[in-house]
Design a protein around this ligand. Structure first.
Ligand code: NAP
Ligand code: HSE
Length: 430
């Protein structure tokens, strides 16, 4: 009898790898029914063969610590890369493609840095390099941009793309948890990257935004040119003030198209409480898109964790098994991707939130508002909430729309004043 089984070489048996195996096990007959073939994980690559593991695969599956056992095994049809990081993951994916094997990965950091090169290699060999799980965990955003919305020009894409950062901000907002405590919880739950700095400093969201920009615009926005600000310095005080004004603080990743140029970045922003993105809490992610034909669309779901992410990895495996003629990796036919025309961040406009810590003395407010006026910044609201502690007092401003160039020069000038007693806190309004 002909063997119709598909054999997978799985690299990584951590949060996502074990989640994938759990789904393969629990949905086995359903998957076989849809594919007409059985999926089996033949070999699992890990770093430490002696590690005790809370879940174990079938007795037929073997563990290895040698990458070559995946790359050079002629029986393996698909390689699934879930080890994360850069160097080994890069070698594994590149060598697997060179060995003629299609690859599924959840590694946004690697794709952000090396995506164009690896996609060229895959296309030149007509192999699949699929990556649904790399952005927004279980949300099918890659497939949506590649196929469902392929006929649209995407005017803007605004997302909550990092589950860890969103979880931390939600815990700080709704449970008044401290930043460190909330981060430890996110790590316990398996949302955070091996190096959580990637989550809290906005880099993970930047990696994902880079991947999405390629899918939405067919252009490469180099990671190192993307303005990125994380949530490491977020203070409970600003979360509370934002709430008073009717906003919640979220880590936002955004790209907008403006006359052929792209304006993009990752930044904490005050989002109006009645905005759909304001309701996205905990490890959930969301992507709000504006297509020129379809109008607005929002996709919402779990952005991290074993089963949601495993679900996206499995979807890619099944798509690869089903499509053998042409692998649509990027959604564009060109092998190489042109560099995006980038709108300088200084020329972008938004409303802003400022908190100045000032010495409590007469005339301070008029100096601050005077400097903002000189820099074309019009003030919408001012609040001086906390009673003076005898030395300093926080003064919070919300502005009307102002250009970042003007905002930066006003903040620079204000920061040099003798009555400013702490670094200025500055957020954008969405
Ligand atoms: P993880 O829990 O840290 O597991 C990593 C696994 O890879 C472990 O089994 C580890 O082996 C193995 N490994 C690491 N480096 C290796 C190397 N150099 N050679 C061989 N094996 C190696 O990671 P994860 O959370 O599952 O994340 C995996 C990937 O998915 C990452 O790219 C991550 O960014 C991405 N991702 C994660 C999530 C999530 O919610 N966690 C969501 C979306 C995407 P040992 O078990 O022996 O240590
Ligand atoms: N560390 C990532 C996050 C995992 O928190 O969103 C999902 O990509």
């Amino acid at each position: 009898m002909e063997d119709t089984g598909i054999r997978i070489g799985l690299a990584g048996f951590g949060t996502v790898g074990s989640g994938l195996l759990q789904i393969l096990e629990s949905n086995r007959s359903w998957i076989t029914k849809r594919l007409g073939a059985e999926l089996t994980v033949k070999t699992i690559l890990v770093r430490d063969l002696q590690k005790s593991r809370s879940s174990l695969p079938d007795a037929d599956t073997t563990f290895t610590a040698r990458m070559e056992d995946l790359v050079h095994d002629p029986e393996l049809d698909i390689i699934v890369e879930l080890i994360g990081g850069q160097d080994d993951a890069y070698r594994l994916i590149k060598n697997s493609l060179l060995a003629g094997k299609s690859v599924v990965t959840a590694n946004k950091a690697l794709l952000a840095e090396h995506g164009p090169e690896l996609f060229e290699l895959a296309a030149a060999r007509n192999l699949g390099l699929y990556y649904e799980a790399s952005v927004a965990g279980g949300i099918p955003i890659v497939q949506t941009l590649k196929e469902s919305l392929a006929g649209n020009r995407i005017k803007s894409l605004t997302g909550i793309l990092n589950g860890t950062a969103n979880f931390i901000l939600s815990e700080m907002t709704h449970k008044q948890l401290g930043y460190e405590q909330a981060l430890a919880l996110a790590q316990d739950k398996g949302y955070a990257e091996a190096d959580p700095a990637l989550d809290v400093d906005g880099l993970d969201a930047a990696h994902k935004l880079t991947v999405l920009i390629r899918l939405a615009y067919g252009q490469d926005y180099p990671l190192h040119e993307l303005p990125v600000h994380g949530i490491r310095d977020v203070d409970q005080y600003d979360i509370l003030r934002a709430k008073d004004f009717g906003y919640v603080l979220k880590l936002i990743a955004q790209v907008k198209e403006q006359s052929g140029s792209l304006q993009a970045g990752v930044f904490p922003a005050l989002v109006r409480s009645d905005h759909m993105l304001a309701k996205v809490d905990g490890p959930f992610n969301a992507v709000l898109l504006e297509g020129n034909a379809v109008g607005p669309i929002m996709l919402y779901g779990q952005g991290a964790g074993d089963l949601p992410t495993g679900s996206a990895v499995l979807a890619d495996i099944m798509t690869l098994v089903n499509r053998k003629a042409f692998y649509n990796n990027t959604g564009f036919l060109d092998l190489s991707m042109p560099k995006a025309s980038i709108l300088p961040p200084e020329l972008t406009s938004a409303k802003h939130y400022f908190r100045f810590t000032v010495q409590d003395r007469p005339g301070v407010l008029s100096v601050l508002s005077g400097i903002m006026g000189e820099h074309n910044i019009s003030i919408a609201q001012v609040v001086q909430k906390q009673e003076a502690n005898g030395q300093t007092v926080p003064v919070v401003f919300l502005t009307h729309t102002a250009q970042l160039k003007d905002v930066n020069s006003a903040v620079r000038e204000i920061s040099g004043l003798d009555f400013i007693k702490a670094p200025t806190v500055h957020y954008r309004l969405l």
